[in-house]
Design a protein around this ligand. Structure first.
Ligand SMILES: Cc1ncc(COP(=O)(O)O)c(C=O)c1O
Length: 433
């Protein structure tokens, strides 16, 4: 096992995923290619669902935060596993519906929903809007009243805590662009407006404190603040908040240096703590919603590339250049995210060669990692970057007009195309000459 159970080395010395030889997968599907082990995703969904319903309550629901990895097939898996989903755009909603995902189990997020988004989501019958701000509340209330319907909503609240993770993925701080802050009084203001707004039923509150968090402590801190706020709402408005969505954010192991995390125990710990908070604040335990993204899909995947060149700059650095890069994985360029990489066709050889892995874009920052320890490489080798299931395909671009790689799903010894490789025709399809 390398980092996660799905990644192993077979007797040919080749890296495997879900028991399948990655060198053979690279030959069959070409590179770059995202490969996902479907069983890992399904097992993670089951872990969340089991832990949430066992430790919170029967009606607790994990939503798959589909921004982490979005294509039609993933919504089908989420539906089959009994999950809800979190969508943040018209495009994600459209994809969910294309896959037949039940609209009533969709939570519609986003800090700037357009009028068109609101109308489209209501046309689809989206179950719950997570309303970010007063402007949105007013627009949604107007649309719902005009249609003569009552829309179920949660309000996004910023609890004002720092979960000690990368600055770019912290979202629960007071000056965040998301939600309404409790300390400024704006959270209570929007709650009051939502309670009295026409066409709106305020079901609950939402907070998401950030991503790649390994301790339960910041979640407990957020829950403490949110539960006290629910108690204040009860006192000030005589209104019972029935649902509390605690967002996503549990971390994933990308390298040997990262901690391991047992999601089931983390959820149990959260449940134990939150139940005591509810009790001590004199409120009924709200229905708990969780919103994991990364922790459901990241460890299911890897990306395969072909090595094009190995450049040794004497006295400085070694570069291994591959046939992908920041367009298929912008996370190093964005967050300096660290990964584990291997030469898949010589995975059992010692990883003692220090190299920077570069992409093929005209951009010095187009790197997948710097000074990584990897097997010695040569042109034509297959290079694998592990744990790329989350925020890789969904963040991919066509920079330098590079077509996006395919998504290949492996399951029980079979591999199938879940998203086709883009062609030059695909990427020029909207160009008007
Ligand atoms: C509102 C919300 N919920 C859930 C998530 C998923 O977070 P993660 O992938 O870290 O679990 C995000 C990520 O940005 C988010 O913004």
């Amino acid at each position: 096992m390398i980092i996660h159970e799905t990644f192993n080395i077979n007797d040919k010395g080749h890296l495997t995923i879900g028991g399948m030889d990655t060198v053979e997968l690279a030959e069959k599907f070409g590179t770059p290619a995202y490969i996902l082990d479907e069983n890992v995703i399904r097992n993670n969904c089951r872990t969340y669902l089991k832990a949430a319903t066992e430790h919170f309550s029967e009606d607790a629901l994990p939503l798959y935060a589909s921004k982490a990895l979005c294509f039609a097939g993933i919504y089908k898996i989420a539906a089959e596993e009994g999950m809800g989903v979190d969508c943040v755009s018209g495009g994600e909603l459209y994809t969910a519906r294309l896959a037949g995902f039940p609209a009533e189990k969709i939570y519609f997020h986003g800090n700037n929903k357009t009028d068109r988004d609101i109308k489209d989501a209501m046309d689809m019958g989206v179950g719950t809007f997570v309303v970010d701000n007063l402007d949105e509340l007013e627009a949604l209330s107007g649309e719902a009243s005009a249609r003569g319907v009552v829309q179920r909503i949660l309000l996004r609240i910023t609890p004002g805590i720092d979960p000690h993770t990368h600055r770019a993925v912290v979202t629960g701080n007071v000056d965040s662009k998301f939600g309404s802050a409790i300390v400024t009084g704006q959270a209570m203001e929007i709650v009051k407006k939502a309670i009295s707004a026409k066409g709106i039923r305020l079901a609950g509150l939402h907070c998401h404190i950030g991503s790649q968090i390994f301790d339960v402590e910041p979640f407990a801190e957020a829950a403490d603040i949110m539960i006290r706020f629910i108690a204040d709402t009860k006192k000030e408005c005589s209104y019972e908040i029935e649902e509390l969505n605690l967002g996503g954010g549990l971390g994933v192991r990308y390298t040997e240096d990262d901690p391991t995390i047992d999601y089931s125990s983390a959820i149990k710990n959260m449940a134990d703590i939150i139940k005591t908070y509810a009790l001590s604040n004199g409120i009924k335990m709200p229905r708990i919603i969780l919103e994991p993204g990364r922790s459901l899909v990241a460890a299911s995947g890897l990306t395969l590339y072909t090595v094009g060149s190995v450049k040794e700059i004497t006295g400085f650095k070694n570069y291994i250049s591959v046939d992908g890069g920041m367009p298929d994985n912008p996370r190093y360029a964005l967050y300096q995210s660290r990964y584990t990489a291997l030469i898949a066709n010589r995975a059992s050889e010692p990883a003692d060669y220090k190299a920077t892995i570069a992409g093929r874009c005209c951009e010095s920052g187009d790197l997948l990692g710097e000074d990584m320890l990897i097997q010695k490489a040569k042109r034509g080798d297959t290079l694998a970057v592990l744990v790329t299931g989350a925020y890789n395909y969904s963040m991919a671009s066509n920079y330098n007009r590079l077509p996006r790689p395919p998504v290949i799903m492996v399951k029980d010894g079979e591999a199938r195309v879940a998203v086709k490789r883009e062609t030059y025709e695909d990427i020029t399809a909207n160009d008007v000459i």
